[in-house]
Design a protein around this ligand. Structure first.
Ligand SMILES: Cc1cc2nc3c(=O)[nH]c(=O)nc-3n(C[C@H](O)[C@H](O)[C@H](O)COP(=O)(O)O)c2cc1C
Length: 199
């Protein structure tokens, strides 16, 4: 399928088929794809937690507001987290990145207030979300990106250390009765002329 067709057919799944699990081989591919996500200066300030254990998944579902049922019915829940200390991040890049990248960070990012550095780190993780949703579509896996979760509770349940939760994505296979499918509910987007300009 062309990328345009994938973009037209992927959608935020609201109901999953609880009996259909994603094969391990596809989960492995998704893990490799996340590892290959691009990020500014190759900063990679993230950790991704794949949850398939039903007990943990259901605990996380219970602190996910209106997303509870989706998570319980989905095959897996993937939690996206960002490194929580600027000092730790700086140590990570010193150890792993070429001097030019570290210099770029030191010159352009390090002088900024901590909140702006942290916002820059979070933006890298959001970029991996776009990559991941497209990857799911290409593997014919349905997905639900979710900011509607209690991130502090996620940190506790998952006992995160050095990272904190930003958002999560439920993945699995749709319930055929899901009314959010584009075949039932056409996608809404702003008109192309209003959001794309050509010069
Ligand atoms: C960062 C982010 C957070 C979102 N959070 C939720 C959520 O908590 N629950 C939900 O059902 N949908 C959530 N959505 C789905 C959006 O509402 C959806 O992507 C948008 O309406 C476009 O619809 P489509 O994905 O079906 O094309 C989220 C999407 C993104 C990108």
């Amino acid at each position: 399928m062309s990328f345009l067709d994938l973009a037209k057919s992927r959608y935020t799944t609201k109901r999953y088929n609880a009996n259909e699990k994603i094969a391990d081989e596809k989960i492995q591919q998704l893990k490799e794809i996340l590892r290959l996500s691009p990020s500014s200066i190759n900063s990679q300030p993230w950790q991704f937690i794949f949850v398939s254990d039903e007990k943990t998944k259901s605990e996380l579902a219970s602190v996910s507001f209106f997303n509870e049922q989706k998570i319980n019915e989905a095959s897996h829940l993937v939690v996206f987290s960002v490194i929580d200390s600027v000092e730790k991040f700086e140590e990570q890049i010193r150890q792993n990145l070429p001097e030019g990248s570290v210099n770029y960070y030191n010159n352009f990012l390090k002088p900024l207030p901590e909140t702006e550095i942290k916002s820059w780190l979070q933006r890298q993780v959001y970029l991996s979300l776009g990559f991941f949703l497209s990857a799911c579509a290409s593997l014919e896996i349905d997905s639900t990106p979710m900011e509607g979760i209690k991130t502090e509770e996620y940190n506790k349940i998952l006992q995160l250390n050095g990272y904190k939760t930003l958002f999560a994505v439920a993945i699995g296979y749709r319930n055929p009765e899901d009314t959010n499918q584009p075949s039932v509910k056409p996608k809404f987007r702003l008109e192309l002329e209003n959001i794309i300009k050509s010069i």
